[in-house]
Design a protein around this ligand. Structure first.
Ligand code: BGC
Length: 416
C-alpha cells in the first residue's frame, strides 16, 4: 500500500473511533510462522482478532529464526511501506526502536498494566527509552531435546541427563541402524544446537561470558574448542540428507520414528501436537544434557511500526489481544512456548509446557536465564550472524575445532 493509501486507512480508523463505531481496518502482519504447528498457533490469533471484526492480511516469509523475514522487512520499510505489525526477536526490536521506527504502545500498556505482569527479561527487549514498542507473545527456549519414545524404548535408552549418557544413547541408536539425530543443516539450526552445546559444555558463566559479554578469553578458550568438538560429534550422527533441511522436516523424522532425537527450541512441540502426538506417550521433551537448571530463551514479540505518529486502532487491538491472559494461554498451548505474562495459570498446558513454565520461573529466580544467541537475544544481528558463519562452516567441515575457535574470536571482534 502506498503512503496515500495508508493515510486513508488511518484516517478511516480514526474517524471510526471518533464516531464511536469502531470498524478497525485490517492488520497486516509479517511473520515466519509457516510450519504446520506454527500455522495452527497463528490461527488462534487470527480467530481472536476476527471475533473483534479485525481482518488479517497475512504476510508470511518462510525461514526459521526469521532472517529472511527481517530482510523482507528492511525492503518494505525502505520502500515506505512498513507492515502494521511484525514478528520480531530481541535485539532486532531494540534496533528498530532506537531508529524511531516503532509506535509507542504506552497507552495500551498502562491501561492494561503490562508493567506488572511482563518479566524484566522480556521488558528489556520490549521497551526503548521507557516506551513499550512491542507486544510480547511468548517465551520460547532453545535448550530442549525432543525424542521418539518408542525408538528410545525399543533400544533400552533412558532419558540422557549428561553429555556422556547422550553419547552412549547416540551410539546405541547407531548400532541399531537408526539415525540418532534429526537435524536440518541451516545456519540458524546449527546455531540453535550450539546454544545448548555451549551451555552444556561450559555452564552458565561460560555461556554468559562468551555470548552475552563477548569476552575474548571465553570465545577463544579450550572450553569453546570442546564445544566445537561436541558439534563434530553431532555432525557425525545426523543422516546424509541433513543439508538445507527445514527444521519441521527434521521434527517429522522424530515424529515418524526415523530418528531418535532432535535438539531444537520448543516450537518443535507444536509439530508433535499438530501431528496428534502426546507428550510422555509418543514423544519426550527434556533439557539438553547438563543444562537442567538453565534456560536459554527467546521471546516472539509483535513490534508495531509507526504509522504516522499515532497508534492505530488495529495496532492497539492487536497488542491488547496478544497480552490478554486467555490468549496467552490458548496460543502458547498450541505453539509450544510458555506465556509472556507471569500470572497465567499452567492448567491448560501439557507436561512439557508445565515443565517449561516451571523451568523459566526457576531459572529467572536463580540467575540462570540467558538470552539465546541463536535467536537474537544475546547480541545484535551483526554479531549473531558472525557467530552463525563460523558455527556453520565448522559444522560443514570447513574448519577443525581449533581453527573454528580462532575464527570465532576474529569474527566477533570484527562484527562489533
Ligand atoms: C521463533 C519461533 C519459531 C522458530 C522457527 C524462532 O526464532 O521464535 O516462534 O517457531 O523460530 O520458525
Amino acid at each position: 500500500m502506498n503512503t496515500f493509501g495508508k493515510r486513508l486507512k488511518l484516517s478511516t480508523a480514526i474517524f471510526a473511533l471518533s464516531v464511536g463505531a469502531v470498524q478497525a481496518a485490517d492488520v497486516e502482519v509479517l511473520h515466519w510462522w509457516t510450519s504446520g504447528g506454527e500455522a495452527a498457533a497463528l490461527n488462534v490469533l487470527k480467530q481472536d482478532l476476527e471475533s473483534q471484526d479485525i481482518g488479517w492480511q497475512d504476510m508470511p516469509v518462510a525461514g526459521g529464526g526469521g532472517e529472511q523475514a527481517m530482510t523482507v522487512l528492511r525492503a518494505r520499510v525502505t520502500a515506505g511501506d512498513a507492515p502494521t505489525a511484525v514478528q520480531m526477536l530481541g535485539f532486532d526490536i531494540l534496533d528498530w526502536g532506537n531508529q524511531g521506527a516503532l509506535a509507542n504502545l504506552n497507552d495500551v500498556a498502562a491501561q492494561e498494566g503490562w508493567d506488572a505482569v511482563v518479566p524484566d527479561a522480556l521488558k528489556a527487549f520490549a521497551k526503548v527509552d521507557g516506551k513499550w514498542v512491542s507486544a510480547p507473545v511468548n517465551v520460547h527456549s532453545t535448550n530442549w531435546v525432543w525424542a521418539n519414545k518408542s525408538v528410545l524404548d525399543a533400544n533400552g535408552i533412558a532419558v540422557p541427563k549428561t553429555w556422556d549418557e547422550f553419547v552412549a544413547a547416540v551410539e546405541k541408536l547407531n548400532a541399531a541402524g537408526v539415525t540418532p539425530i534429526a537435524h536440518g543443516g541451516q545456519a540458524w539450526q546449527d546455531a540453535t544446537v550450539f546454544d545448548a552445546v555451549a551451555m552444556s559444555t561450559g555452564g552458565p558463566e561460560f555461556y554468559k561470558a562468551a555470548f552475552i559479554d563477548l569476552d575474548e578469553e571465553a570465545l577463544g578458550s579450550d572450553t569453546m574448542k570442546e564445544a566445537f568438538d561436541r558439534m563434530s560429534f553431532i555432525r557425525a550422527n545426523v543422516d546424509d540428507n541433513f543439508s538445507g533441511r527445514d527444521w519441521n522436516l527434521a521434527t517429522a523424522m522424530v515424529i515418524n520414528g526415523e530418528a531418535g532425537f532432535q535438539m531444537m527450541g520448543d516450537w518443535a512441540k507444536g509439530e508433535f501436537l499438530n501431528a496428534g502426538k502426546v507428550p510422555g506417550e509418543d514423544f519426550l521433551c527434556f533439557r539438553f544434557p547438563d543444562t537442567a537448571n538453565q534456560v536459554t530463551f527467546n521471546a516472539d514479540q509483535f513490534a508495531m511500526f509507526d504509522q504516522g505518529g499515532v497508534v492505530s486502532a488495529e495496532q492497539a487491538a492487536l497488542a491488547s489481544a496478544i497480552l490478554s491472559p486467555s490468549f496467552q494461554s490458548a496460543f502458547n498451548v498450541v505453539k509450544g512456548s510458555v506465556p509472556a505474562r507471569t500470572d497465567v495459570s499452567d492448567e491448560a498446558f501439557d507436561a512439557c509446557g508445565k515443565a517449561g513454565m516451571k523451568d523459566l520461573a526457576a531459572a529467572a529466580a536463580s540467575n540462570n536465564l540467558f538470552g539465546s544467541m541463536a535467536h537474537g537475544h544475546a547480541n545484535p544481528a551483526s554479531v549473531k550472524n558472525a557467530i552463525y558463519d563460523v558455527v556453520t562452516a565448522h559444522f560443514n567441515g570447513e574448519y577443525d575445532s581449533a581453527t573454528a575457535v580462532e575464527e570465532l574470536v576474529d569474527a566477533v571482534s570484527i562484527a562489533q
